[in-house]
Unconditional design. Structure first.
Length: 182
């Protein structure tokens, strides 16, 4: 069971690192948007690549940050019953939800989007605008990254749920809950 706990902690550490790194895109995105507005309305200048970069950053922020959001229990859920449930009941809900919904849904996303992303890479799809970012194939690849990161975090949830249901106290769970409350 200690190896299961170690695996969950390693996945959580990875997700936390990815999430905290990609969170900086929010600040960068705001600054770029501010710059776009100032350049457009004060100086009469417009750069399509700059405007497109905001879309790229927005996509990266949400798609790559999804695993971290799952780690921090930040996804929307109907928690009428979950909120007041015991830790064992929450673990059961998380285990069944991950096994029956989260992992299969992410596998479906990976399976359906693989051809879409591969076709984009095949032609090195770029912006329809000449001065736009010629890396749409890279942006579309983030769909696969999203699926992989959420599956990885789902495996951590499954491991933690199994540990809780087995009665093993995982010391990192309380640390994670404390971070989510901050």
């Amino acid at each position: 069971m200690s190896s299961l706990s170690a695996l969950a902690r390693a996945i959580d550490r990875f997700s936390r690192g990815v999430g905290q790194t990609v969170a900086w895109l929010a600040l960068i995105m705001v600054l770029v948007q501010f710059l776009v507005v100032v350049l457009r309305y004060v100086f009469g200048l417009g750069f399509i690549w700059m405007q497109e970069s905001i879309t790229y950053m927005h996509g990266l922020l949400f798609m790559v940050g999804a695993g971290y959001t799952l780690l921090m229990d930040g996804h929307v859920r109907v928690d009428v019953f979950y909120r007041e449930a015991s830790p064992r009941r929450k673990a059961l809900v998380n285990l069944l939800g991950s096994l029956l919904f989260l992992i299969p849904f992410c596998v479906l996303i990976l399976w359906v989007s693989f051809g879409y992303v591969a076709n984009s890479w095949r032609v090195l799809e770029g912006s329809k605008e000449t001065s736009g970012i010629q890396g749409i194939y890279l942006l579309k690849s983030v769909i696969l990254v999203f699926g992989g990161l959420v599956i990885l975090q789902g495996l951590s949830m499954i491991a933690r749920s199994v540990l809780t249901l087995a009665g093993v106290d995982d010391e990192d769970t309380s640390a994670r809950s404390g971070e989510a409350a901050r």
